[in-house]
Design a protein around this ligand. Structure first.
Ligand code: CUA
Length: 200
């Protein structure tokens, strides 16, 4: 049998390796620093874990699914339901659709220094959204709702950029958000009347 002599040889190799490993002299000071490094790594991982747990940090999609092919028939993401709205609890909710090559609606106005929950869906391929100066940066995966709550620090014009390559027009995929001083901002009047002609 061929395997017989191989096994002891392998064991011998392992034993030698272990002996060599034991023979390595680790300086007392070096040992201390290795311990400190491991403790610091453990501390950071611990902080991240605890923070994620207590703040309910989820992957942006929260695994909430949506049928990308029929967004126009979907109540939440139907065309006349997009944009800025205030829900029953007074929270500002923004619904946006990403599609090659823009974000819809093209332009919205929101107040500064106010938490705003943005819900994004894609109607075609994978897109990304990045709003500089905020924590808004997420992928928009077709079939999933990406939800992020963010606060715009100060009034101004903020670009909304696509940061996932989505096709030839990717470079031109952007829209913008006007952020208005908190006291000047007025909640949009809900366009209750359906079929407000929004022809292209
Ligand atoms: Cu959409 Cu790149």
């Amino acid at each position: 049998m061929q395997t017989e002599p191989i096994k002891p040889k392998y064991e011998q190799l392992l034993r030698d390796f272990y002996t060599q490993l034991r023979a390595i002299h680790i300086d007392q000071l070096e040992r201390k620093w290795i311990t400190i490094s491991l403790v610091v790594i453990g501390l950071f991982v611990g902080i991240i874990t605890i923070d994620a747990f207590f703040h309910g940090v989820n992957p942006p999609s929260k695994v909430e699914t949506v049928d990308s092919a029929s967004l126009h028939l979907n109540k939440e993401f139907a065309e006349d339901n997009l944009g800025v709205q205030i829900d029953a609890k007074g929270n500002i909710i923004v619904r946006m659709v990403a599609g090659r090559y823009s974000f819809f609606p093209k332009h919205i106005s929101v107040p500064a220094e106010t938490p705003i929950t943005l819900r994004w869906v894609s109607m075609d391929v994978l897109h990304g959204v990045h709003i500089p100066m905020t924590n808004m940066s997420t992928m928009i995966v077709p079939g999933y709702v990406a939800e992020i709550t963010t606060t715009f620090p100060k009034p101004g014009e903020y670009p909304v950029l696509c940061n996932e390559y989505c096709g030839l027009g990717h470079n031109h995929m952007w829209s913008n958000i006007s952020v208005i001083a908190k006291e000047d901002w007025k909640a949009p009047v809900k366009t209750a009347a359906k079929g407000g002609s929004s022809n292209e």
